[in-house]
Unconditional design. Structure first.
Length: 296
């Protein structure tokens, strides 16, 4: 590789559910392109985030957490998104929690394709105060795979993220940038709007609703800097509809307000948002509906 040459390539971010992949992607890109919550399996789609440096363009792909415990149509589609993403990438980031390696990490490690360089990001390392314990965990991870680098990070605080970018950039091939320097994602605003509503829904009601709750955009119109968005929140049971709406509509109003504020921050303009709640029982077990709603 020529010294000083521009490098560009695709980097897949993989890991078991709820290890902080989406938080890491947002930190790497510097924008809220992938939704986050404490609820496992928040990410359902392949989310692409772009970071352009003076000497490299890194195209990150956030994937759903690889699921080994459930096998409905939605989870099968999400697992296909993970395995499909790994084909043809230039490098990988395996995200593992600094609390320790567990058997679910083994399942993800087994997916890593041979010949593709991988960097281990030990996330939430700031929560481990015992440096000797952290060193032992890094040694344990190094013994499990020939990682190109092992980087303790805090995606939430941004600690060591620049070091992670540096390690990844050197693994990429020479090439011209694939996207404009100011591009952040390949996803449409319509898609991002649905994701932001789902994020606020899960953040507010994550313990009360199944992760299969979905958001469908019924209308997305732009008039200058104003965006008019109408969305349906789809729940699995009639009882869940009342939970989402809340007493006198208070919960739905809060979800809408927080989602609107997030959209305005991301889109850089005013947003008029309308929300409805619908019931469609069993959709996550219906292969046709899962595909129709964009889950592979």
């Amino acid at each position: 590789m020529t010294a000083g040459a521009f490098r560009t390539g695709t980097v897949a971010i993989v890991g078991r559910p709820n290890v902080g992949k989406s938080t890491l992607l947002n930190r790497l890109v510097g924008a809220h392109v992938s939704i986050t919550s404490r609820k496992a399996q928040t990410t359902r789609h392949r989310i692409l985030g772009i970071r352009t440096e003076p000497s490299a363009q890194l195209v990150f792909v956030d994937t759903p957490g690889y699921q080994t415990r459930f096998a409905n149509a939605l989870n099968r589609a999400m697992n296909r998104a993970v395995t499909g993403t790994l084909a043809g990438v230039d490098a990988l980031v395996l995200v593992v929690e600094a609390t320790g390696w567990d058997e679910r990490d083994d399942a993800v490690l087994a997916l890593l394709p041979p010949g593709v360089p991988a960097v281990l990001a030990l996330n939430k390392a700031d929560r481990v105060k015992d440096r000797a314990k952290l060193a032992r965990l890094l040694a344990d991870c190094a013994a499990r795979h020939a990682f190109a680098a092992l980087v303790p990070v805090s995606a939430e605080k941004g600690t060591q993220v620049e070091a992670l970018v540096g390690e990844l950039a050197r693994l990429l091939p020479e090439g011209e940038p694939a996207y404009e320097p100011d591009a952040l994602t390949d996803r449409s605003e319509r898609f991002l709007a649905a994701e932001l509503v789902r994020e606020k829904l899960f953040r507010l009601l994550g313990d009360e609703l199944p992760y299969t709750t979905a958001v469908l955009i019924e209308k997305f119109e732009q008039e200058g800097q104003l965006r008019r968005v109408a969305a349906s929140i789809v729940v699995d049971r009639p009882g869940h509809k009342g939970i989402v709406i809340g007493e006198q509509g208070a919960t739905l109003k809060r979800i809408g307000t927080e989602a609107r504020v997030a959209m305005e921050a991301l889109f850089g303009g005013k947003v008029f948002l309308e929300l409805w709640v619908k019931v469609k029982s069993g959709w996550a077990d219906d292969e046709a509906v899962v595909r129709q709603w964009g889950h592979g």
